[in-house]
Design a protein around this ligand. Structure first.
Ligand code: ZN
Ligand code: ZN
Length: 362
């Protein structure tokens, strides 16, 4: 089968032929990939952000946002059959440790793995091997291809918003910083679950209309001062009650602290940069700083229900799997609206895919 694999850090991944995965344990599941989301984490992987302790894991197949159809299951999987449309939680967890018992899949201390991220083969391929614990069945007849980014970008945005629901009241001003793959989910999820007034910020003017179409109450250009003045003006000089930072780099964490209301909450979702704050300022502002790593199995199941109800949609552009390296470049250049999804040849008989080269020249 075809797979897009990372052979070397700082070099684009390459499309190669590899052996098909096989069932080896009773809880194994093999999924025929319909679509795999392209994520900034893939860029960070290629850049070598996670290279410590990872050198010996190369090469491996990228792709941690995956959806498709069941192809084959192990002997201990009673609830899935060939052809079922599914989306996969990105980290199959052990189900036995204490964190798993309380549903906290991302902090599993047992035998968990993360296909497409930790050196285990991911979904930039025709087939993907995972574990039954990661599988969420979609409604019969659902086309999973474009839904793949819900499996990471969507679930992470959902997890962050859901965690802060108890502090959102009528009148709460919530800033969504960055209207890209994550932020475009964040706006819709905030509107679907809460009464917050949503203020979107982005450095690209074309994304402000996009934000309003998704339901943002206000949208401001943040190229000059990071959006500090716009947010101050829109909140009677007080600042935002909550900032969801879907960027987390290029200075946004520090900028966020300057537009946060006293007593406010900074929620970090995007990553790559750093945050520094004097302890005396933290004290005087009585700020809360919250980190977020993906989400729980239930978060993803709940989010797919919101999608089925039409309350949270995905804006995704589809590309052939073979164009993975070009699509990663487009993402790096900020030229993807919403999310990019890679479709293997077998999944795109009827789908409309755009070659990345054509997209770049638009
Ligand atoms: Zn991702
Ligand atoms: Zn566990």
């Amino acid at each position: 089968m075809k797979a897009v694999r990372l052979f070397e850090f700082d070099q684009p991944p390459r499309l190669v032929d590899v052996a098909e995965p096989t069932i080896s344990g009773p809880l194994d599941v093999i999924v025929r990939v319909a679509g795999a989301g392209v994520c900034r984490t893939d860029l960070h992987l290629v850049e070598g952000v996670f290279k410590d302790g990872m050198g010996d894991k190369l090469p491996f197949t990228l792709g941690h946002e995956n959806a498709g159809w069941i192809e084959e299951v192990g002997s201990g999987v009673p609830n899935l059959a060939k052809g079922d449309p599914v989306i996969l939680h990105p980290q199959p967890s052990c189900g036995l440790c204490r964190n798993c018992r309380v549903g906290n899949d991302m902090h599993c201390t047992g035998a968990s793995f993360f296909p497409g991220f930790d050196g285990t083969d991911g979904g930039y391929a025709d087939l993907l091997k995972t574990n039954v614990r990661s599988v969420i069945k979609l409604a019969p007849g659902t086309d999973p291809a474009s839904l793949a980014p819900f499996a990471d970008a969507g679930i992470t945005a959902y997890h962050a918003v859901k965690k802060l629901l108890p502090i959102i009241r009528p009148g709460t001003n919530a800033v969504v910083l960055g209207v890209g793959g994550l932020g475009h989910f964040g706006i819709q999820i905030l509107k679907a679950l809460s009464c917050a007034r949503v203020i979107a910020l982005d450095t690209r003017p074309e994304r402000l209309d996009f934000a309003r179409r998704l339901g943002a109450d206000e949208a401001f250009h943040s190229a000059l001062d990071g959006g500090i003045n716009a947010v101050r003006e829109a909140t009677d000089g007080q600042g935002a009650d909550i900032i969801f930072d879907y960027v987390g780099e290029h200075g946004t964490p520090d900028t966020s602290m300057k537009m946060l209301r006293r007593g406010g909450t900074y929620s970090q979702i995007g990553y790559g940069g750093s945050l520094s704050i004097k302890t005396v300022d933290l004290l005087l502002g009585e700020y809360t700083i919250v980190g977020n790593i993906v989400g729980t199995y239930s978060d993803l199941a709940e989010l797919m229900e919101l999608n089925r109800q039409g309350k949270v949609k995905i804006t995704a552009q589809q590309f052939p799997l073979e164009d993975a390296a070009d699509v990663l470049h487009e993402l790096d250049q900020g030229r993807i609206e919403g999310r990019a999804v890679l479709l293997p040849a077998g999944a795109r008989q009827s789908a409309q895919t755009t070659p990345a080269a054509a997209f770049a020249s638009r």
